[in-house]
Design a protein. Sequence first.
Length: 322
Amino acid sequence: MEWNLLFDNFRNPALLFFVLGIIASQLKSDLKVPENSSRFISLYLLFSIGFKGGQELAHSTFSNEILWALGAGILLALMVPIYVFFIAKLRFTLEDSSAVAASYGSVSAVTFVTAVSFLEVQGLNYSGYMVAVMALMEAPSIMAGVILLSLFQKRSFSYTKLLGVVRHAFTNGSVLLILGSLFIGFFSSDSQAEGIAPFTTDIFKGFLSIFLLDMGLTCGSRLRGFAAQGSFALTLAILLPLLNGIVVAYLSGFILTAVGDRLLLTILAGSASYIAVPAAMRFAVPEANPGLYLTMALAITFPLNVMFGIPLYEYLIFNFFS
């Protein structure tokens, strides 16, 4: 692979629509994607990637590699929040540190979907079980953030609240839909799945382009107010995903063989949640400031991964960590 791989991603129409959204937002254009349409498209993307993952999983041979991948995902979701919490609390309140830790230990389903599209453009295969890895990384990171907060606040630990957080994490719409679609795809017959292939596959990239346009508009609108959070928040939002991604890009070679699977695990480690975690934190840690942890994940880390992280990690896996 050559260095131009890092720049070839910019020719991807989906990414270009994302950039268009950021530009339109900065120009204060009235361009927007209707909220109901955006909601439908996000549901469609999760449904499509879950269903296709289930189909691929149904044709996969069960191996130790699947267990290693699932175990690695859960371990990352538990360990990343711990070190992020200790770094964040150097400047942030304990509540904000807890939310930031949970966000960066958790994952971004949209970043995962974008990485899958990138793999398809590059002609690289990935395993269906990686969808399950993604879904299983949501709850442990949220639990870790809440437990860390309880320990450092030196207050009585509430198992009832923890159970509520776990339930909230698994019943979150994005997690429930992608897990449900995974199981449905797994149990569906090939002939029946082929009947809906025009919907699950053929129009996927078009819907992804419109969705990333909407995400660009959202990210751009949040960038204007991010300066108020200070340079420490900006530095964390840039360095945390890069550190997590580069380390996992290297370590993934010890447990996974396919480049596509390694890239997906890497991007899961380097992404940050801006859907499931904010929903759970509003319930578990209402004192945390969403203007901080949500903006870090959505306005900085998400575009960083989509525009630079995905091709960078693939380049490192091919050229240095193979």
